[in-house]
Write a protein that binds this ligand. Structure first.
Ligand SMILES: Cc1ncc(COP(=O)(O)O)c(C=O)c1O
Length: 364
């Protein structure tokens, strides 16, 4: 489904009468340090790859991911972004009723709707800092045959410990769990939270997006990993050449140089920790806005007296595009999300928000 997504850059550029590149897009959660330079160089030097068909099942790309994580390549499928899997899983797994740990990325629900799979939500609450109630989640999982968990969560940033997830997954063997780790590489000690290596769990699949951490959403690349029996079910719905030749080659090149990956992750994580601290500090004493703590590259905020669409419009006048979270189930017109960029930009946004809040208060 096309509607459930974030801010429309073109729309703001049209309203402001400016060029698309003059809009500061803080609505999409992408690595401010990405993409690594080698991706640009690689694409420039390998453009001829589009002259031939790539591997129909992108097996080489899957092998790169599998080798990096030390898992069997038969437990991995490479796709045209994780979106490709989100939309095929409800059908491939023959789901009847799905549970979504929310508020969450809207595509889980949209994908289920596409395949006429019923959905219900286990919603986390602002007053609990969006920390999931694991007992409630477990009770809901017992009633569903498919469960979507985004870890860390988009848009709240809430992160569930590996042990807690494993306990939940082992408790409900008749339920298939989809754990979306698309934002996990941003988290310090991400490796201690990841379920990618748990391919022995027969009712788990993990989604790993390349779009966010490497800042290549336009290339459309991601992975699904999990138990072989589930992989076979998903493969039964796989379309040949879903991942284009350049995309396959770029990802293979990344995994051919594993020595560069962890340093890039580390650099990103250190940058994000500092950037978030500076941004949160800049708004800490500001009346009318409450920021929720996250370990990722975006920050969710609750607004007291200015509705989200109004704040989006006001900061839009300064050419900042932020995410109005009104359309997330479990949130409301009181929530917005900011994706962090450089300190200079983040601080400029903080100033724009302060001005908008002060103005809104004055005007009652
Ligand atoms: C939580 C989450 N999962 C998956 C996706 C899809 O990303 P992609 O298809 O580029 O891998 C997004 C995109 O915003 C997301 O926020």
């Amino acid at each position: 489904m096309i509607q459930g997504h974030g801010g429309n850059k073109q729309h703001l550029a049209d309203r402001m009468g400016c060029r698309l590149e003059d809009i500061i897009d803080m609505s999409s959660n992408l690595n401010p340090l990405g993409p690594p330079e080698r991706i640009h160089t690689f694409i420039r030097e390998n453009i001829h790859l589009i002259h031939a068909l790539p591997e129909p099942d992108a097996a080489g790309m899957s092998r790169g991911f599998a080798a990096y994580h030390g898992i069997d390549s038969g437990c991995v499928i490479a796709g045209n972004g994780t979106t490709f899997f989100i939309y095929s899983l409800p059908l491939a797994l023959g789901a009847k009723k799905a549970l979504i740990l929310g508020p969450a990325y809207a595509d889980y629900e949209d994908a289920c709707a596409t395949h006429h799979v019923k959905t219900c939500h286990c919603l986390t609450l602002a007053e609990n800092n969006f920390v999931p109630d694991l007992d409630q989640l477990s009770a809901g999982a017992g009633q569903a045959d498919l469960v979507f968990i985004c870890n860390p969560n988009n848009p709240t940033g809430a992160l569930i410990a590996k042990q807690d997830l494993e306990t939940l997954i082992r408790r409900h063997t008749d339920t298939c769990f989809v754990v979306d780790e698309s934002y996990l590489p941003f988290v310090p000690d991400a490796e201690g939270f990841s379920l990618v290596t748990q391919t022995h769990l027969p009712n788990l699949v993990v989604l790993s997006s390349m779009s966010k951490i490497f800042r290549i959403p336009g290339l459309r690349t991601g992975f699904l990993s999990g138990a072989k029996a589930l992989i076979q079910k998903v493969m039964a719905h796989y379309q040949p050449w879903s991942v284009n030749a350049l995309a396959q080659a770029v990802i293979k090149d990344i995994y051919n140089h594993p020595e560069d990956i962890l340093p890039f992750y580390r650099q990103t994580r250190e940058f994000i920790v500092k950037a978030r601290r500076t941004f949160v500090h800049a708004l800490a004493e500001t009346d009318g806005i409450l920021l929720f703590d996250t370990p990722v590259c975006f920050v969710l905020a609750r607004l007291d007296w200015i509705p989200a669409p109004q704040l989006c419009r006001r900061v839009g006048d300064d050419r900042f595009l932020i995410r109005d979270c009104s359309n997330f189930k479990g949130l409301s017109r009181r929530f917005v999300r900011f994706s962090l960029k450089t300190n200079e930009i983040n601080l400029a946004l903080a100033q724009s928000i302060k001005t908008a809040l002060a103005l809104a208060r004055e005007q009652g």
